[in-house]
Design a protein around this ligand. Structure first.
Ligand code: 26V
Length: 799
């Protein structure tokens, strides 16, 4: 008899102690915080496994269609708190941990933040996994088990410093190694024709080894798998070299192979290391497809049924090699005719576009592709010729000017292509894929992004969550559109006071943490104005800091004018090779130092740049924010997802008509959103004016004075020329139209000030943002993918 059959399920406390003793091998008297966190994690994991097995059995039993989400990035953050909330075991765990004499929050905060992604694209993948489980859609995420996630950021003299991230140096309690799921992945070599068939003989191979992490949905009813591949050498040790005493050389094959899953690329702005990036892409795509076909074969007979049973989503072009790889598997290895292989692959694959920025659209040199993946290069050319033959004279080449355009390849090989907000999808149709859209007018669809309300409201903001549940019951957590019921309660003055009190308490918590962790004191009664996201010119953190400088100058000129106290909080990382973005960070830090030391202005205006922005920091900041900065140049931000998290947590947005801001404003009401700036078509027209920046500066003395202050070294007296790159750019090309949008941004911000001075009005607007943001749940997004793209249905018991 098993342990479970002979005993009633042990209480949480017993389970923690059992794991502390038998899994960790420590007794309670000598256990460290880390030991306790591990023991709690294993106790929680046990409960997830039950749901996991039941889900796997149900999916097999139903012969259900599976969804496979292929993504280079999964920005999952910490898992313990999230798992406890979804299992509805957080109160029980808190009581158990406290009964053992420990601080529950300290135990949760001991977990490293798994940063296997750069930003929005990776976090979206993590929210999607959680929603797929919540909706009981049989699904699997596939990615890479990076040993080092996104770099750790600190500041030295205001400059960004990068250090390797080390989340896997400790044992990772959530994953299960799967030594039986191991596949060789080949590179290089040659292709030869044998008996009328093309045979690829790779010159080298590595092994892809699976590591599975269960992803539990709301209320633990369904659990899917995140399968991450680690790279290993086929022959880990060169024994001959070892025996000759060449110990380093003997370990070389293993080192080389492992380098494939060693680090997450922090955006490849430099050509260096490009080859390794392409290897990473093929490595995880090939292993995933192999695994998917193996599972398909074990359940179904005829490979022609593949699109009925399998839907594969390519998260951006990073796994675009899936097109030729699937054709290779079906045609070369399984003997299907080429045309049929292409049609089957296309019926199975779908592609999501996440950016229109030309520098972010992947293109691979033909010689690199041909050297690393010779058979795939041949197939890409054949797919290209086949597409051209099907559309004589109108085709768009996949291979052009010595490069493989991965966006075109993805489009040609996809059943559906989607954008991530209504505006972005229209721009995808009109710009990058205009010609392909004309050939395939039904292929592009929109799926506006969403965020999981479990992590991004219920778990991170328990005060507001409790108030909502008190008013409308708790069904909203699993069905966010029901938040609209909250609106009917907002006339209640008592409830408004509670909402304001919760925000204030969240701000006190944040202020205490900032004081303790970073030694900066913040006034919780000041407006908390927050911009957190990757640092990029199009996101325009420099517009925000220019406004701070202009405001500082205005306060200095007239300190008694009744200014609205404000704290500007920044967070975000710059790609290590992105020099301009790093300058923006340095400028913000230099401005912060001067402004915060100014006794006249600092009661009204402070600036802080919190280092090492990650999922965990977002969970602290978003519930405490009053104002959400969404100020990208219109047409450049594909969607944004932080914008949704802020609105849901009752922050008001100051923003442009870009990405999902447009839809947020439609939902929350124009009167509850601070709009400014040019529209996407106005941006394009304005760029046509050769001196647009000079005109804008000449028309706005505040902007002119702010630029001059930077140029005169007001924030860098030791090096007045430090920011000439930034001011020179703004006075010259100013491609992202910072100067042209400045005056309207200033106007909108003074409107924000006036609204904040009326606390009743502010709280009502904030609460309406929460009540009307239910549509931005990733559950709604995933339902859209299931219906319009995957043709997938939920399966019991969670259905
Ligand atoms: C990648 C790169 C790489 C090369 C250098 C410049 C650069 C700039 C941006 C990117 C972003 C790649 C894709 C991405 O993360 N897009 C984000 O996807 C989110 C989820 O759909 C969306 O909310 C964001 O608006 C979008 O920027």
């Amino acid at each position: 008899m098993t342990y479970q059959e002979t005993q009633a399920r042990p209480e949480m406390q017993d389970a923690i102690l059992r794991h502390l003793t038998y899994t960790i091998g420590k007794d309670a008297d000598h256990a460290t915080l880390h030991d306790w966190r591990m023991a709690l994690s294993f106790a929680v994991r046990d409960r997830i496994v039950d749901s996991w097995f039941a889900s796997t059995r149900a999916a097999y039993g139903a012969g259900a269609k599976r969804v496979y989400y292929l993504s280079m990035e999964f920005l999952i953050g910490r898992l313990l708190g999230d798992a406890l909330v979804n299992l509805r075991a957080d109160a029980e765990a808190r009581a158990a941990v406290e009964a053992l004499g420990l601080d529950f929050d300290k135990v949760l905060h001991d977990e490293p933040d798994a940063a296997l992604g750069n930003g929005g694209l990776g976090r979206l993948a993590a929210c999607f996994l959680e929603s797929l489980s919540t909706l009981a859609c049989p699904a699997m995420g596939y990615g890479i088990r990076y040993e080092h996630g996104l770099f750790r950021q600190s500041f030295e003299g205001g400059r960004q410093v990068e250090e390797a991230e080390t989340w896997l140096q400790q044992r990772h309690p959530w994953e299960f190694e799967r030594p039986e799921a191991i596949y060789p992945v080949g590179f290089g070599g040659h292709v030869a024709e044998r008996e009328g068939k093309m045979v690829w003989t790779p010159g080298e191979a590595v092994l892809a080894e699976a590591h599975d992490t269960p992803v539990v949905g709301w209320e633990g009813r369904w659990t899917n798998t995140l399968r991450l591949w680690g790279a290993r050498a086929v022959d880990p040790l060169d024994l001959q070299r070892f025996n000759y005493g060449d110990y380093l050389g003997a370990a070389a094959p293993e080192m080389l192979a492992r380098s494939i899953s060693r680090v997450l690329y922090p955006d490849d702005t430099t050509p260096a290391g490009k080859e390794l990036r392409l290897k990473q892409e093929y490595f995880f795509t090939a292993a995933s497809l192999h695994d998917i076909l193996r599972r398909f074969d074990s359940e179904h007979g005829d490979i022609r049924a593949l699109p009925d049973k399998v839907a594969i989503q390519l998260n951006d072009t990073h796994p675009a090699i899936a097109g030729p790889e699937l054709v290779r598997l079906l045609h070369d290895e399984r003997g299907l005719p080429f045309d049929e292989a292409v049609d089957l692959a296309r019926a199975t694959l779908n592609y999501t576009n996440h950016t229109l920025l030309p520098e972010a659209l992947e293109k691979w040199p033909v010689d690199l592709m041909g050297r690393l993946l010779p058979r795939h290069m041949m197939l890409i050319e054949r797919i290209d010729a086949d597409h051209a033959a099907r559309h004589p004279g109108r085709s768009v080449p996949i291979v052009a000017e010595g490069e493989v355009n991965m966006g075109t390849l993805s489009f040609v090989m996809a059943n559906r292509v989607n954008g991530v907000s209504a505006l972005h999808t229209e721009l995808v149709k009109e710009t990058v894929f205009a010609d392909l859209h004309a050939l395939h007018p039904a292929r592009i669809v929109n799926q506006t992004n969403g965020v999981t309300p479990r992590r991004w409201l219920h778990a991170c903001n328990p005060r507001l969550s409790g108030i909502i549940t008190g008013a409308i019951g708790e069904a909203w957590v699993g069905d966010l559109e029901r938040l609209s019921e909250f609106e009917a309660h907002l006339g209640d003055a008592g409830l408004q006071e509670e909402i304001a009190g919760a925000k204030r308490a969240n701000k006190v918590d944040l202020s205490n943490w900032v004081a303790a962790a970073h030694g900066v004191s913040l006034d919780p009664d000041a407006m908390f104005d927050v911009q957190i996201k990757r640092i990029h010119e199009y996101k325009r953190q420099h517009l925000n800091i220019l406004e701070a400088i202009a405001l500082w100058q205005a306060i200095r000129a007239n300190p008694g004018a009744g200014w609205t106290p404000r704290v500007k909080i920044f967070g975000g990382k710059a790609a290590p090779g992105y020099v301009f973005a790093k300058k923006i960070i340095h400028l913000i830090n230099d401005v912060a130092r001067v402004l915060n030391a100014d006794p006249v202005t600092s009661p009204y205006l402070k600036v802080v740049f919190l280092p090492n922005y990650n999922v965990t920091l977002a969970e602290r900041l978003i519930p405490a924010a009053d104002l959400s900065e969404q100020i990208s140049t219109a047409g450049k931000e594909a969607s944004g997802t932080g914008n949704m998290k802020f609105a849901l947590n009752g922050a008001l947005t100051v923003g442009t008509l870009d990405g999902a801001n447009v839809e947020i404003r439609d939902h929350v009401g124009a009167e509850n959103f601070f709009l400014f700036g040019m529209t996407a078509p106005e941006v394009v027209a304005r760029r046509g004016l050769h001196d647009h920046a000079a005109q804008a500066i000449a028309a706005d003395p505040r902007l002119a004075a702010a630029l001059e202050a930077i140029e005169q070294g007001a924030f860098s007296s030791d090096d007045p020329g430090r920011f000439h790159d930034i001011t020179g750019n703004l006075r010259g090309p100013d491609y992202f139209l910072v100067c042209s949008d400045f005056s309207d941004y200033w106007r909108a911000q003074r409107g924000v000030d006036a609204a904040y001075r009326d606390p009743g009005r502010w709280t009502r607007m904030a609460a309406l943002n929460t009540a009307r943001s239910g549509w931005f749940s990733s559950d709604r997004t995933i339902r859209g993918y299931m219906a319009d793209i995957w043709g997938a249905a939920p399966v019991g018991p969670g259905a």
